[in-house]
Design a protein around this ligand. Structure first.
Ligand SMILES: NC(=O)c1ccc[n+]([C@@H]2O[C@H](COP(=O)([O-])OP(=O)(O)OC[C@H]3O[C@@H](n4cnc5c(N)ncnc54)[C@H](O)[C@@H]3O)[C@@H](O)[C@H]2O)c1
Length: 302
């Protein structure tokens, strides 16, 4: 029998061996031999490549985790073994998602935060450290979008968009990294957008596009600055995704246009995006930093 890595599998293997040795019942022997084969398979898996995605013992935070893409990422990180803090401007949304995770047996914490305020981002990290004692993964995902013709874009639209999408991502990176750099380990993932590299149309969104392009370049900068001290920084850039952000009644015509403009002829489901985050948090991404992973159903290829 192949050596087993998981202690519970080792115990199970010992029980099977002992019972096999002590029984002469042919039916029981047959069943135990089958059980032994299953333990072997589980043993190979527990040491195999999929195990490198496991996040057991790690602590994560997802900003904007109260709905949409952030909620889906929070569930995925929790299912991979992490304890997950849900940080959102809307506390009740964060509490709902935290309760969803707890009902699956995943330790969670709901935090109210406005990421555009540096002090609140620092307090968010302190709350996580008080509850869980550590922080290994930061997913800085909170974001907003507004639309206007560029010549009419108000100062308020510009500054608010930058404050949440760019300043917010930076303040979170900074607050998370201060702890992670001390510990010598951290995985930071920022949610950018394909709007960082293509100009969306027909809707006009200069502030959003500029903010997301800045998030990508900030990610590249931080990703090179902190990686030799154990902290990688990467970003995901989703294409049009089916969330509250894109589900409004007035967007129905646009949604059809966006689907048609996408080689896969559909919007992303939130679950389509979690693989990118799980890759960046896994041991398989140990040599990956400053990278922007575009997940857009082929949109930016056309
Ligand atoms: N939906 C898309 O098509 C799409 C495409 C590409 C990128 N993105 C990006 O993905 C991220 C998530 O998008 P989504 O579609 O899930 O959005 P969403 O609007 O469904 O959810 C965003 C969440 O962020 C929270 N939030 C907003 N402002 C905040 C603030 N100042 N501080 C803390 N939390 C705040 C909201 O309360 C909400 O729960 C955003 O950064 C967005 O720009 C979305």
């Amino acid at each position: 029998m192949a050596p087993v890595a998981d202690p519970s599998l080792e115990k199970l293997e010992a029980i099977i061996k002992e019972t096999l040795a002590s029984t002469s019942d042919p039916k029981l022997k047959e069943k135990l031999t089958r059980a032994q084969e299953l333990v072997n398979t589980a043993s190979i898996r527990s040491k195999g490549v999929l195990n490198k995605f496991a996040l057991d013992g790690q602590v994560a935070v997802v900003t904007g985790g109260g709905q949409g893409i952030g909620r889906s990422i929070a569930h995925a990180l929790g299912e991979a073994g992490a304890k997950v803090a849900i940080a959102d401007l809307d506390l009740s949304r964060a509490e709902t998602v935290a309760a969803e995770l707890e009902s699956k047996g995943i330790s969670s914490l709901a935090i109210k935060v406005d990421v555009s305020k540096k002090q609140e981002c620092e307090e968010m990290v302190q709350k996580i450290l008080s509850k869980f004692g550590d922080l290994h993964i930061g997913v800085n995902n909170a974001g907003i979008v507004m639309n206007s013709d560029s010549e009419d874009t108000s100062e308020r639209e510009w500054t608010t968009t930058m404050a949440v999408n760019l300043n917010g991502a930076f303040y979170c990176c900074q607050a998370e990294a201060k702890h992670m750099l001390k510990k010598g380990y951290g995985r930071i993932i920022n949610t950018a957008s394909m709007s960082a590299i293509v100009v969306n149309h027909p809707q006009k969104q200069v502030a959003y596009n500029a903010s997301k392009a800045a998030v990508v370049q900030m990610t590249r900068t931080l990703g090179t600055e902190w990686c030799d001290r154990g902290v990688t920084v990467n970003s995901i850039s989703p294409g049009y995704t089916d969330t509250e952000l894109t589900r409004a009644e007035k967007l129905v015509t646009l949604r059809n246009m966006w689907s048609n403009d996408t080689p896969m002829k559909r919007l992303a489901d939130v679950e389509d995006l979690v693989g990118g985050v799980l890759y960046f948090t896994s041991q398989l991404a140990n040599f990956t930093t400053g990278f922007n992973l575009v997940m857009d159903g082929g949109f930016t290829c056309w």
